[in-house]
Ligand binder design. Structure first.
Ligand code: GLU
Length: 548
């Protein structure tokens, strides 16, 4: 039996050989330095914040070099696939403005290097596995799961390195005759790489993020094709990234230790090895130790969390960019008018260890971002959020559209805009008292002046003798001063500070009484604007309610 026939027996019914695929996917015609990279999730439908971070870096790297960013679905572990998982991933990323030039789309594959879903590439992987078998660089293994786990037990008892290598690689030297016999007997098998590595030797490479790296060579005969005929990640990665002409494999840090394995596949197949960039994880402090943000433990691990919370996607991306390159914040400060897209990301400025996920900082960025939006934009985003998560409130926003926009417009579009909204799920909480439907005459936050008679006196005089809805802000303020002085309060803070004993209090006590009477809250945006929006009739009703 020739080696070709032998390979055919092990992986039958393959139409094409490796050479065929080499010709099918020619080099890309791109300019020098263009980065071709990909996002390669399993179709679980779940986008982890760490994955979003990596996808963002990958997409930006491709964009800023006029390269290609494509989506490849890694579904060879069928247990991890869910229906509609791919669409969910595409939608979630699109919300963060991460779009693909090529690969899997909702309408099918786009691009000349497909199929882009691994389960549809079974024949391709097998063609390359066959090539390795023919060249005696791969072999079938009949060891059962039980045998392997027994071996692992012995290895750990003897404090030996775990794995299928050296004397533990039991099927490595089976004779062709024995293999043929066992295959004909219907025994199940997988295909393993015949490793040429030596664990005691060092394998060195340059990681784009971590720099010069040194790991032990791989001597494990790891599986490349599983018993269901599908490839392992290790094998599929090499074939796909070779045929799709990926220049940079940008991926999570957890794959870093596998580089010797992966490089071995590239080399044994005669492929050019791509550049690797391992992105360090986002960390959290947990009981004094640092750990990766976890899908199981942390709600903020899922990107859906940010949608529910109503943190604008742009704010999340700005935050991730500050994590990616610490000089981004400074750049933004110095380039206020520029689009953050113009910032050039640099692998060398990325953290090599891991970065603490700073939720407070994210919220701060979100607050600043929202404070710079126009009132109408805030309205639209608040409405969009409420329509999904708070329908009653959405109805109010729709019913009182112009009024709501005016509320959002208070202290907006000025040098120091108001920063009360940190995320959109908090909007109702910030402005409920402006809607009669939500206003409840309770929990009044009276401050210095608590005496009912005094409160009544201030409010009555103010409404009957002073307030005029046509006053401009200065007149309004001067009247407030006059009222304060008439009732024995200091009209300005300087007088009050010099002689506090001469007064019952000062102008802020007066305005506080009015503020609390109208809104029940002691902290609100500009009182003058609030009064104008409430209008005289509603103000009178609110005062009546407060006095009861
Ligand atoms: N499917 C792998 C993962 O989700 C992809 C890693 C890679 O980008 O190569 O971790």
């Amino acid at each position: 039996m020739t080696r070709e026939e032998y390979a055919d027996l092990l992986l039958p019914n393959i139409k094409h050989d490796a050479e065929y695929y080499e010709n099918l996917y020619p080099e890309r015609d791109l300019k020098e330095g263009a980065i071709v990279t990909r996002y390669a999730p399993s179709p679980t439908g779940f986008v982890h914040i760490g994955a979003l971070y990596t996808a963002f870096i990958s997409s930006k790297m491709a964009n800023q070099t006029d390269g290609v960013f494509f989506l490849r679905i890694e579904d060879t572990d069928q247990k991890r696939s869910i229906d509609d998982g791919v669409n969910k991933i595409i939608e979630d990323l699109a919300k963060f403005d991460i779009n693909f030039d090529e690969g899997v789309t909702k309408e099918g594959d786009k691009g000349n290097y497909g199929p882009y879903t691994q389960s549809e590439r079974k024949e391709i992987y097998q063609a390359y596995a066959k090539k390795l078998i023919i060249e005696d660089k791969a072999y079938p293994c009949f060891c059962t799961e039980e045998e392997s786990s027994q071996d692992r037990e012995i290895q750990s008892k003897n404090k030996e390195r775990l794995g299928y290598y050296g004397k533990w690689a039991k099927c490595r030297n089976l004779s062709i005759e024995e293999v043929i016999q066992r295959v004909n007997n219907g025994e199940k098998y997988i295909i393993r790489l015949k490793s040429t590595g030596d664990f005691n030797k060092k394998f060195t490479f340059k990681d784009c993020v971590k720099g010069k790296s040194e790991l032990p060579e791989n001597d494990e005969d790891f599986p490349i094709i599983k018993s269901d005929g599908l490839p392992t990640y290790h094998f599929a990665h090499a074939i796909d990234d070779h045929l799709m002409h990926t220049t940079h494999v940008i991926r999570g840090d957890e794959w870093y230790p596998s580089v010797p394995k992966h490089t071995q596949v590239f080399v044994m197949l005669g492929f050019k090895v791509p550049k690797y960039a391992h992105i360090s994880p986002l960390l959290k402090e947990d009981n004094g130790t640092r750990r990766k943000i976890s899908k199981r433990k942390d709600p903020e691990a899922a990107v859906s969390f940010y949608h529910e919370k109503g943190i604008p996607n742009e704010a999340v991306m700005l935050y991730l960019e500050t994590v990616a390159n610490s000089n981004f914040e400074m750049w933004l400060e110095q380039n206020k008018d520029k689009d953050p897209k113009e910032f050039v990301l640099d692998f060398k400025k990325m953290s090599t260890g891991g970065t603490m996920f700073d939720y407070d900082k994210l919220i701060n960025i979100s607050k600043n971002y929202i404070s710079k939006l126009k009132a109408e934009e805030v309205y639209n985003l608040a409405l969009e959020h409420a329509q999904t998560y708070n329908q009653d409130f959405a109805e109010l926003l729709k019913q009182y559209k112009d009024y709501s926009i005016q509320i959002f417009n208070i202290e907006r579009e000025q040098k120091k805009p108001r920063k009360d909204i940190a995320y959109f799920s908090d909007v109702q909480n910030q402005i409920w008292y402006m809607f009669d439907e939500l206003f409840k005459p309770e929990n009044y936050e009276w401050q210095n002046i608590k005496d009912k008679k005094e409160i009544e006196l201030i409010l009555n005089i103010y409404l009957n003798e002073y307030y005029d809805s046509s006053d401009d802000k200065d007149t309004w303020f001067n009247k407030m001063k006059e009222l304060a002085e008439k009732l024995g309060y200091a009209g300005n803070m300087k007088d009050y500070k010099e002689n506090p004993d001469n007064y019952k209090g000062n102008i802020t006590d007066i305005s506080m009484v009015i503020r609390v009477a109208l809104t029940s809250k002691s902290m609100t945006p500009d009182l003058y604007d609030i009064m104008r929006l409430l209008g005289t009739d509603r103000m009178k009703k609110r005062v009546e309610m407060a006095l009861q």
